[in-house]
Write a new protein. Sequence first.
Length: 169
Amino acid sequence: MLNALKQKLTNYWNLMKNKTIITYGTFDMFHIGHLNLLKRLKALGDELIVGVSTDEFNKIKGKKTLIPYDQRAEIIASIKYVDKVIAEENWEQKKLDIEKYNCDVFAIGNDWEGKFDFLKDYCEVIYMERTKGVSTSELKNSLNSFLSISKKDLEIAFSIIEKLRTDLN
Ligand code: C2G
């Protein structure tokens, strides 16, 4: 009898309690793949907390970023789906953050499938489908291919544009 009542109260509490979602990422060169993820994460609950990797932690992750941490954090904080931004400084903080912020769900893109299953002892763990066809590394590659055009080819291109401009005027 008592257990049944306890279970009912727990179910009621879980229903009534705000559902808090937490995720982590670098979010360099913010793009639609990041936005889709944050939008879908917010739809899972009531509050979305995002841990943005600091520049120092990205070095540990072996990730070079173009946009510095303070700007990446400000961009994430400005997104309507995001309720709180925290700094991600190490691999170990997730468990502490989940307890500190009383998170119900840890979620991240499925490029991390299985990597954070140990968090199932503390909250629900969800791996979300990534947005296909866009990634920060692809954006950087297309930037690099543009930068690899030789000065001579650029000068030829500009002379053609100049000629077109005079012909069209
Ligand atoms: N993402 C996505 N679709 C893309 C690109 C990224 O859904 N086309 C997701 C990733 O799966 C991740 C989030 O967007 O959940 C942020 O991506 P990154 O900035 O690449 O994050 P990452 O460097 O993987 O950092 O402790 C966890 C790490 O900090 C995650």
